[in-house]
Design a protein around this ligand. Structure first.
Ligand code: BTN
Length: 254
């Protein structure tokens, strides 16, 4: 299944002239490619690949990147949150969570955003986001988004899921990857999310709503040391308190 036909690529480039869209059949990592492109020219690059040979995850982990089935996308983004890394991370989680729900509203009851920006379907991870600063002032960031779309269960970790596992075939369709990428780019320029960049309170409210399931159910979080618990509180800077299974509050920050 091809990620983007040339006609779709041309249409998207026309719709989003502010970005420089690059479509790759294979890449080591769209994140590495995005950083290379940025060093060669400081433009608003969006790099999408059909496969990655060295996909990267957070905390130095790798990201399973089976060919031809998922979304591997990195984009250069002007960061309005400055050094507030907590807010930056919440923002991208909300963008991906909202985009997936916009394309597949029937996921509504099961999709959740787990702090800081992992998207889960119930207990399993569907999408992850990786951030990298491109300058010392954190003005430009590279945002890497991995979304499991058509992956079979044996192509992703046991703790992960894909849209293929979660949706009936007639709902998922053949064009899910194009639809999601298009929705992500549209959403990024939508008034609702632009408002979140200017008003962090709106962003915190959207995150709190998206993370509703994590307030009721226990999830594992990566802090200074790993902790399992429920989401208990959200601070102005986007950091959170987790109520651990032992009953204590653990403050998590980026
Ligand atoms: C995480 O660990 O949750 C973050 C995963 C981020 C994966 C994406 S796939 C596109 C981009 N390229 C990479 O090598 N990683 C990110």
């Amino acid at each position: 299944m091809r990620l983007m036909s040339e006609a779709v690529q041309a249409r998207l480039q026309q719709t989003f002239p502010m970005h420089r869209l690059v479509w790759l059949k294979t890449s080591d990592s769209t994140h590495l490619e995005g950083a290379r492109l940025w060093r060669s020219e400081a433009a608003s690059w969006v790099v999408v690949a059909d496969s990655q040979s060295a996909g990267r995850g957070r905390y130095g982990r790798s990201w399973e990147s089976a060919p031809g089935v998922n979304i591997y996308l990195s984009l250069v983004w002007q960061n309005p949150f400055g050094r507030e890394l907590g807010l930056l991370n919440l923002f991208w989680g909300v963008v991906v969570w909202q985009s997936l729900l916009a394309v597949f509203p029937s996921l509504n009851e099961r999709l959740t955003l787990k702090w800081p920006n992992d998207v889960y379907v119930e207990r399993r991870k569907l999408a992850g986001i990786l951030m990298q600063n491109l300058d010392a002032e954190l003005k430009q960031t590279l945002v890497g988004i991995g979304i499991n779309v058509y992956a079979r269960q044996d192509q992703i970790p046991p703790t992960a899921t894909s849209l293929l596992q979660e949706l009936p075939p007639h709902i998922l369709g053949d064009e899910a990857r194009v639809k999601i990428v298009e929705e992500l780019l549209h959403r990024l320029h939508s008034p609702g999310l632009t408002a979140c960049c200017e008003d962090p309170q709106q962003l915190r409210e959207k995150f709190w709503q998206a993370a509703a399931r994590c307030r009721r159910q226990t999830y594992a979080y990566q802090g200074v040391s790993p902790v399992e618990g429920t989401l208990h509180g959200l601070y102005d800077d986007g950091t959170v308190d987790i109520l651990s299974e032992q009953g204590g509050l653990v403050h998590l920050c980026m």
